[in-house]
Design a protein around this ligand. Sequence first.
Ligand SMILES: NC(=O)c1ccc[n+]([C@@H]2O[C@H](COP(=O)([O-])OP(=O)(O)OC[C@H]3O[C@@H](n4cnc5c(N)ncnc54)[C@H](O)[C@@H]3O)[C@@H](O)[C@H]2O)c1
Ligand SMILES: [Zn+2]
Length: 366
Amino acid sequence: MIRVNIGIPRCPYEAAIESGLLARTGAHLRTLLGDRRRLFVVTVPPVRRRWGQKLLASLSAAGFATKIVEMPDGERHKKLATVEALSEKLSRLGADRSAVIVAFGGGVVGDVAGMLASVYMRGVDLVQIPTTVQAQVDAAIGGKTGVNLRAVKNLLGTFHQPRAVLIDPAMLSTLPDREFRAGIYESLKCGVIGLPELFQTLERIQVRDLRRDPAKLERVIAESVKMKAKVVSADERESGLRRVLNFGHTVGHALEAVTGYRRFLHGEAVAWGMIAATKIAAALDKIDAGSAQRITEAVLGLGPLPRVEARGRAILRLLQSDKKTRDGIVHFVLPCAIGKVEIVSGVPDRIVLEAVEELRQLSSEN
Ligand SMILES: NC(=O)c1ccc[n+]([C@@H]2O[C@H](COP(=O)([O-])OP(=O)(O)OC[C@H]3O[C@@H](n4cnc5c(N)ncnc54)[C@H](O)[C@@H]3O)[C@@H](O)[C@H]2O)c1
Ligand SMILES: [Zn+2]
């Protein structure tokens, strides 16, 4: 088992990563939670159907009394009304301050269950058991919770660190290919921002081989978790350092928004965003042509991406309203080498427009 410490001051915790860990969840939580017995597992039907039995068997073998509280699947249910509905269920089931909420699903479940745990009775304990690549390498680590408003994603949220994160890469075997790949782009992101070896692994690999190689998959996930852990440990509330995690997300978020969140999975939009940031870095002479080419090829090498058809002007407009703008200034996280990024503001509009144009061109070639 690989253990990664997430050194948040006052509430440090561990992520445990191991293929097959789900079956040992009960034992693991028994050590963590002492004599507490009541667990409330928040999940969605696709995850419960595939993995619920295994989780429940492990928990009951360890003496836990577990209740499943289900929410409907999908990003559109990541809203405050769902937190309220789940709270009603918890209250009917008699959950009190000693309750432990287990988030069992992808990033949507993690964010909603996290928010629920942070507000139910002004805060109860939370355990994250992420089941998508996106959630295992990113969403479950760092304590950000949140829900969407109709027009703006993640506008409501809290910080609520889990007591532990249990990551079983074997659960990824039932993920659709496209969802799997979308999460791997976030790992590739970790490679570019600070882990050249992880970058190298991913630049050489075929995604279908990675899916068939539990040991390698475990390492890729663990390295990504370590990267996120390192960044959030140093900067829990995203004042500075944590922003490097937004590599690819500036243009990525704009692409998601301009297509009404329907065309791209989040990771796919980030994939294009990483290429855009790399083109911008190259145009500003911040990165050598060879490294820039490698990043672009590594992204495109992971598999097909939905085409970019958006106009540069539309992207620029959205960038101005992105949450990552501070005082109206757009910040880009730009690669200056493989494994190193810097935060740059004041990128001329012309260069952003050219980068988007290049995405459109690459789209039509691929
Ligand atoms: N809190 C954070 O720091 C943070 C960071 C990144 C992303 N997020 C959030 O994460 C969300 C996206 O997460 P996601 O990509 O995991 O999407 P998701 O939670 O919607 O999961 C994607 C789909 O996969 C299904 N699924 C989950 N696990 C499965 C499994 N093992 N087998 C088969 N199907 C499975 C889900 O039911 C869903 O239909 C977004 O809302 C985003 O804002 C949060
Ligand atoms: Zn992301």
